[in-house]
Design a protein around this ligand. Structure first.
Ligand code: SIN
Ligand code: CO
Length: 380
């Protein structure tokens, strides 16, 4: 079984600790030869095939005279590669391709809760998505061919109206870099940028997630719907006669307010909410169950020989005794927590660790295996 943790720094001479202190969410960083021997994880042909699938999010952007046309996949056909100025963006490649997942995991000096996906763009000469800003941090890794990036710290982030994608009304570039295969540019959120392909090229965007507080608040209230329990019912034995039957009385309002102010949430509610929210698979994600799953006893003996690995689509996090996987959560004992947390951190678990796991842990593993969340290792 391969060690999936980030063994080699991808930040050149800069350590992850220095990067977090000086650059992360603060200022751009260009890293020449961040991946000196980078082999593209997918050929353009395979990327085009992915863009045909309806469980893969893809977009096609064609530029002409400072105008952009955008359409959403799946695409049964794409423009000819000899035609200039078009870009294909394929989101979440890591969910479908092992090599893309391994590349994304090289960035695990940033916690998994912040890591989003690996997007791959293919562009023909002159292709790009226009001058824009993103709301998230991004590492732009040049995988094939060359791309010219122009970037700027402008405060004016107003957009051209009526465009199918976000294009800055006034782009004021301050720096320009030409990226070769293996070079990487980090940009913090809201940093203006424009990348233009010099000849045919492929760029990988390692993207991060930062949910808005509005999004979190709405999801939290939904979560609380399932957790609140309020006893009793409104009553008014003290009801007074009124000349205004349509008027909502102050007494009714304050009684309801007093009761609803009893709704409290604890730190544990917040932990469970956030863990379940952050591991919830995206709407487009479907797990593939094994065609002929082993029965539980056979599964256990196979797992103890081969080891287990999380499916590329599985999201797993933990906090204290809480384990979160694909939107579900469990509370486990300290002993059971050890292998489960190891699995969450390393996304794989070795046979020797598995042999020491309790029946409860194996029962969970077996269900996850049947659901396609977890797989038997095949490279052992
Ligand atoms: C691209 O790869 O063409 C666009 C990536 C970005 O600007 O965020
Ligand atoms: Co961008």
């Amino acid at each position: 079984m391969k060690n999936t943790s980030a063994a080699i720094n991808v930040l050149g001479d800069i350590s992850p600790a220095q990067f977090l202190k000086e650059y992360w969410q603060k200022k751009p960083l260009l890293i020449r030869a961040a991946f000196p021997d980078l082999k593209p994880v997918l050929s353009a042909k395979k990327l085009f095939a992915m863009a045909k699938r309806d469980d893969v999010e893809s977009r096609l952007i064609c530029a002409f005279d400072q105008h952009w046309d955008m359409s959403n996949g799946p695409f049964s056909a794409l423009p000819d590669t000899s035609k200039d100025e078009w870009t294909l963006l394929v989101q979440g490649v890591n969910l479908h391709d092992k090599a893309a997942d391994s590349l994304l995991r090289r960035f695990n000096f940033i916690p998994n809760a912040r890591l989003d996906d690996l997007m791959i763009s293919y562009a023909t000469n002159g292709g790009g998505v226009g001058a824009h800003f993103d709301s998230y941090d991004v590492f732009l890794l040049q995988a094939h061919g060359r791309r010219r990036w122009r970037i700027g710290a402008q405060k004016d982030l107003s957009l051209i109206e009526g465009m199918p994608l976000k294009i800055l009304r006034r782009f004021v570039p301050e720096q320009e870099f030409e990226l070769e295969p293996g070079d990487m540019l980090y940009l913090p959120p809201h940093y203006a940028h424009e990348g233009v392909a010099i000849g045919e090229c492929m760029t990988y965007s390692i993207g991060f997630r930062a949910p808005s507080f509005q999004e979190l608040g709405e999801a939290f209230l939904n979560f609380m719907v399932d957790t609140i329990e309020l006893a009793g019912r409104f009553s008014d034995p003290d009801l007074k006669l009124t000349k205004h039957p349509a008027e909502l009385s102050a007494s009714m309002l304050s009684k309801v307010q007093d009761q609803l102010e009893q709704i409290k949430f604890t730190h544990s509610d917040m932990t469970i909410f956030l863990g379940e929210y952050l591991t919830e698979p995206k709407a487009s994600v479907f797990f593939d169950s094994p065609k002929k799953p082993f029965a539980p006893m056979r599964f256990k003996s196979e797992a103890c020989k081969k080891g287990l690995v999380l499916s590329l689509k599985t999201q797993m996090l933990y906090k204290g005794g809480h384990i979160f996987i694909n939107g579900e959560s469990f509370v486990v004992s300290a002993a059971d927590g050890i292998p489960l947390k190891k699995l969450a951190d390393e996304r794989a678990i070795l046979p020797e660790t598995l042999r020491a796991c309790s029946d409860d842990v194996f029962e969970a593993f077996c269900i996850w295996y049947e659901d396609g969340w977890l797989e038997l290792c095949d490279n052992n």
